[in-house]
Design a protein around this ligand. Structure first.
Ligand SMILES: C[S@@+](CC[C@H](N)C(=O)[O-])C[C@H]1O[C@@H](n2cnc3c(N)ncnc32)[C@H](O)[C@@H]1O
Length: 338
């Protein structure tokens, strides 16, 4: 799922005016758009002639939209086909802010070959770009125990055990494709009364694992912090609760706000490196939600860097369980030789 609104024809970014209101006092320098997509955020920021953009996207097909902005804005715009966890390798002069709009674009969701949606047909995939493995590998070759964990913890799927068992059974006789996976989930959840589609949670879980979304987010944030000068801003739009939990912890734990929560580890004195203007996230207005109901899940959090820090051990430790889950391996020899 994603933090950007989808309509039938057009993809347009959620919370765009709220985001530009927040970052505009810093205009007059370089911003890194870590999730370029179809360029909605980049284009808006570049409308102010004092700004430059370095745009990142792991999906090479977004270069089509990058070329349009290159034509329009020339040297003020650069595009890099890398993952945002690799942001430290960029050389950004006069860097003012780093922006994330997590998830997938409409173009990606509608791309049957990418197989991101449960409406896709054919071979399972779910790779955003620059991946080592695909959903096909996960569903057809991952061992039962690991598969169950992925479904349970990345998808919060209550029926993970039953779904896993059926997958293991089915794949003994045939390779599981997208429609087979949907059918398996439907058969286990046939009495499900929830409004969300039966396959939503499992597909979310597999996408997170295939794209290593948790490691990407954690190291994307840490490495962004490292290259950002003091006074600069990091702003993040999330869409699902696990993403928001990570971003919330990052800003709150490392900020000046007094935090008495017994659920958070005790802060070290030198870990107050963000100034926050607000504790709560910014949400879409009811008008935006009315126009585009899926936007109701989007949350925007941001912080200004006020000091340097090189060790983010507490942040990594807080989400160690999920980082380790993304490192559960798959026995891939079968997929290479069979
Ligand atoms: C929701 S879309 C962004 C839409 C964009 N804000 C716009 O206005 O068009 C998210 C984009 O981020 C990219 N992306 C997601 N995770 C990434 C990562 N770890 N590194 C680089 N790009 C990533 C996806 O490929 C996708 O194109």
């Amino acid at each position: 799922m994603n933090a950007t609104i989808k309509t039938e024809k057009k993809h347009f970014p959620v919370l765009l005016s709220k985001l530009t209101n927040i970052i505009s006092p810093l205009y007059g320098g370089t911003f890194i758009d870590c999730t370029f997509g179809v360029g909605g955020y980049s284009n808006e920021i570049l409308k102010d002639k004092r700004n430059n953009i370095i745009a990142i996207d792991r999906d090479i097909s977004t270069i089509e939209y990058a070329n349009l902005l290159k034509k329009k804005y020339g040297n003020r715009f650069q595009f890099k086909n890398i993952k945002f966890s690799q942001i430290v390798n960029l050389n950004a002069k006069n860097l003012k802010g780093i922006i994330f709009d997590l998830g997938y674009s409409l173009t990606q969701i509608n791309d049957n070959e990418k197989g991101i949606s449960f409406n896709s047909k054919g071979k399972l995939n779910m790779r955003m770009g620059l991946n080592n493995i695909s959903a096909h590998d996960v569903i057809n070759y991952m061992k039962e125990e690991s598969l169950n964990k992925i479904f349970k913890y990345f998808g919060n799927e209550e029926k993970s055990k039953f779904i896993t068992k059926k997958i293991i059974q089915k794949r003994q006789s045939k390779e599981i494709q997208t429609q087979d996976l949907v059918a398996i989930i439907d058969s286990v959840k046939k009495f499900n009364k929830s409004k969300i589609h039966n396959s939503t949670k499992i597909f979310q879980a597999v996408r997170i694992y295939v794209n290593r979304e948790i490691s990407e987010l954690i190291y994307g944030l840490i490495n962004s912090f490292k290259i950002l000068p003091i006074g600069g801003i990091i702003a993040v739009v999330t869409f699902h609760s696990l993403e928001d939990k990570i971003v919330k912890f990052f800003f709150k734990y490392y900020s000046q706000e007094i935090n008495n929560s017994r659920y958070l580890p005790e802060k070290k004195k030198d870990s107050k490196v963000f100034k926050l203007e607000r504790a709560k996230p910014i949400l879409p207005s009811s008008e935006e939600i009315n126009k585009n109901p899926p936007s109701r899940s989007a949350k925007l959090r941001y912080g200004f860097k006020i000091a340097h820090l090189s060790n983010f051990e507490e942040f990594e430790n807080q989400f160690k369980f999920f980082l380790e889950l993304e490192n559960l391996g798959i026995n891939l020899w079968k997929s290479f030789y069979l």
